[in-house]
Design a protein around this ligand. Structure first.
Ligand SMILES: Nc1ncnc2c1ncn2[C@@H]1O[C@@H]2COP(=O)(O)O[C@H]2[C@H]1O
Ligand SMILES: [Zn+2]
Length: 705
């Protein structure tokens, strides 16, 4: 009677179950949808999904129990599948390799306490592992299974008992959920999952919990998510200096060097974590805080592997923050799905992972292992991507563990596209391609658009304020010069900008801005105008974000009234970068003029010295030999003010080189762009990352940046 009443309340149950069976056939337990609970509508979908996962788990568990029972029955009844012949030796009972792996992976000895932050994550991973073994072997030993399930149940129990009661009657957005809109199975799943765990509470509480209404059940589901978020949010407390700096995290000229100082050299993990939190990516993709921290730490280790002055974790942090600034300030973020936002942040963070401090061309010319692996194409970029994804093959670093199969596929494709496009050799092709895409802007390819944004962010420091730009240039030049030193050692020709003795830094920067950076920003800005305009509610974006987005309305239509008027309006993102590009170019021009004048003066002096010494040689041949000996044995002051031990260590071939010659160590340690040397304090040692950083930070502080 009770049953029939129950069934009568669920007229569509059969049909629904049929659909469920169908969907179960289509997807495996690993093809879960991401739970994104931001609105009642989302919630319904999310709880549905959670329910499906729970049902599948329950079914798997039942199968497993059946198999465990069968084995148990066989062992007590003494039945064997193939009975051993009398007198034959006992069979070898040693565990197989797979058994050992399973015992290790499902070992319950070192599990985190059930009420800890890691426990929830661990529990979900254990469920998946059990399912994997069930799929591959068809069973899991009952003792292992029991221990794991008890642990999982304890964890879930804490979630329910500690928080559900406190939150269950709260008035929140869930009170608006239409009970009819929630599938019946949600209640079944929540009841079966959470109430089963209640029977193993530490307090021995035997009471069976039931959910009084669908809304309550849904609330409890939401609670898990909220709890997850709450735990995530509370996992990190920033030092006050970091908090202060993060107030400017959205700004175009954010001082990433200051952040790196404030975080003791951990700018990348702080920036990435904070940005991911702001976009709510941890909750949306069920990323455990512990796993994310492990991943970010490993990322920083990789960025520090070669001790590069420029391609290090600060650059990674800089590009990540710059991407966020563009996304957020222009409104581009509204064009993107959650998976795309995650892919953008991830790509920026990993885009130079394990950079060796050399160019792709150097890898090709010196025939490195990486060039061999990637057949000379986008050598470093391929490595950055591959090595970063490889990190995630370790469960403890796998931040995409809970992503659905489809999301993961989209995520990975986009990351690969974006990071490969940071190879500078694609620059012109990329700009050209975007120009042609913009001629029919209705269908701008997202991957191409986002790749262009990442590429532009990667070369964006000339479009930041002068202090930041000058410091980045100094670091990059030092890295280039170190490559030049290696090229010299290997007998290879110098790559452009890599010869520390002849490179004209200021003029090279003018060229870089004119031909590479400015065109990139121009085409990116045009693209942003086209992409953001249609998704921008007229005028509202401009009002929202401190007027960083400007929207000019032509004609008489009001932008605020949201009417359907046909008035043409022109949307423009605020090109904050333009002013810096122009200003920085002016600075480089001034420095270039000075450099040129100084170079001419040096050449004149060298010519005069040469003429004088020739005249002297003609007069006294014996003096000449004496003079040469003196020169070889005594230290010299080089043109840039540093001390060189002289030709005895490194022979020179020309009078000009003669003036600047130094050992490799000295060159690495002291030489740097001429204009930079002149502005540095006398006797200051350059070359180490620390000394460069300290100097520049001081300079930035003096300038109030
Ligand atoms: N100021 C600059 N001058 C010359 N080349 C630069 C400058 N800034 C960035 N680059 C190059 O642009 C490249 C962009 O990708 P990477 O960060 O891998 O490496 C960067 C440098 O090789
Ligand atoms: Zn880069």
């Amino acid at each position: 009677m009770a049953d029939s009443k129950h069934l009568s309340q669920r007229p569509n149950l059969r049909a629904h179950r049929g659909r469920r069976r169908e969907s179960r056939r289509k997807s495996s337990i690993f093809e879960e949808k991401t739970i994104d609970i931001v609105s009642p509508g989302h919630l319904v979908g999310a709880t549905n999904h959670v329910f499906c996962m729970g049902r599948r788990f329950a079914t798997a568990y039942q199968c497993l129990e059946r198999s465990a029972i069968t084995r148990h029955w066989k062992s007590v009844s003494g039945k064997r599948l193939t009975p051993r012949k009398k007198g034959s030796p006992p069979r070898r009972q040693g565990p197989s390799k797979e058994d050992l792996t399973m015992s290790l992976e499902l070992c319950t000895d070192d599990l985190p306490p059930t009420d800890s932050l890691e426990a929830l994550e661990k529990a979900s991973k254990r469920i998946r592992k059990i399912c994997t073994f069930l799929q591959s072997r068809g069973n899991v030993p009952s003792n292992l299974l029991k221990r794991n399930l008890h642990y999982i149940a304890d964890v879930l129990d804490i979630v329910v008992t500690d928080d559900a009661r406190r939150f269950i009657d709260e008035d929140d957005e869930l009170s608006e959920v239409e009970p009819d809109a929630v599938p019946m199975e949600v209640r079944d799943w929540l009841a079966s999952t959470f109430t089963r765990s209640a029977s193993v509470t530490k307090s021995g509480e035997k009471e069976k919990k039931t959910f009084r209404s669908i809304v309550q059940a849904v609330r409890a589901a939401n609670l898990v998510d909220r709890l997850y978020r709450r735990m995530s949010t509370s996992a990190v407390t920033y030092p006050p200096t970091v908090m202060k700096l993060f107030k400017q995290l959205d700004d175009w000229s954010f001082d990433v060097f200051a952040l790196n100082e404030a975080t003791n050299g951990q700018a990348l993990r702080y920036v990435t974590y904070e940005i991911m939190m702001r976009y709510d990516l941890l909750a949306k993709f069920k990323i455990g805080v512990g796993t994310l921290f492990n991943f970010l730490e490993a990322l920083e280790v990789g960025y520090s592997k070669y001790q590069n002055p420029y391609h290090n974790l600060v650059h990674g942090a800089d590009v990540t923050q710059t991407m966020h600034s563009i996304l957020f300030q222009t409104g581009l973020v509204q064009w993107l799905t959650d998976v795309e936002i995650f892919a953008v942040v991830f790509s920026a963070a990993i885009h130079d992972f394990e950079h060796t401090g050399e160019t792709n061309n150097f890898h090709v010319m010196s025939r490195t292992e990486t060039a061999l692996v990637y057949n000379d194409r986008a050598v470093q970029e391929n490595h950055h991507i591959s090595a970063a994804f490889r990190l995630m093959t370790d469960d403890n670093l796998n931040i995409v563990y809970n992503m659905s199969k489809d999301d993961y596929k989209d995520f990975r494709t986009l990351v690969i596209d974006m990071v490969l496009a940071t190879d500078m050799s694609y620059h012109f092709a990329q700009v050209k391609q975007m120009k042609s895409l913009l001629s029919c802007p209705d269908n701008i390819d997202k991957a191409k658009a986002l790749s262009l944004v990442l590429h532009t962010a990667d070369i964006s420091h000339p479009a930041k304020n002068w202090i930041l730009h000058e410091h980045w240039t100094e670091l990059l030049m030092e890295e280039f010069f170190r490559q030049g030193d290696k090229e010299q050692e290997l007998g290879l020709p110098f790559s452009p900008l890599c010869d520390r003795k002849t490179t004209m830094v200021a003029s090279s920067q003018i060229g870089f801005i004119d031909f590479i950076v400015q065109p990139s920003f121009e085409i990116m800005s045009d693209m942003l105008d086209k992409v953001v305009a249609p998704i921008s509610p007229r005028g509202s974006l401009a009002n929202q974000s401190n007027a960083t987005i400007s929207e000019k309305v032509e004609g008489e239509g009001s932008p605020q009234n949201g009417d359907q008027s046909e008035e043409p309006f022109e949307f423009k993102v605020d090109r904050v970068w333009d002013g810096h590009l122009t200003g920085n170019k002016v600075k480089w021009k001034e420095l270039s003029t000075k450099d040129q004048a100084e170079k001419e003066a040096r050449e004149k002096a060298a010519q005069k010295e040469k003429a004088d010494s020739e005249a002297q040689t003609q007069n006294t041949p014996d003096d000449k030999a004496e003079d040469k000996k003196d020169r070889e044995s005594s230290p010299k002051i080089t043109a840039n003010g540093t001390v060189s031990p002289g030709d005895a260590v490194k022979p020179s071939t020309s009078p000009e080189n003669d003036e600047q010659a130094s050992t490799k160590e000295e060159a690495v340690g002291k030489a740097s762009p001429e204009h930079v040397e002149k502005r540095s304090t006398e006797g200051e040692k350059k070359g180490s990352i620390d000394s460069i950083t300290v100097k520049s930070v001081t300079k930035r502080k003096e300038s109030g940046v």
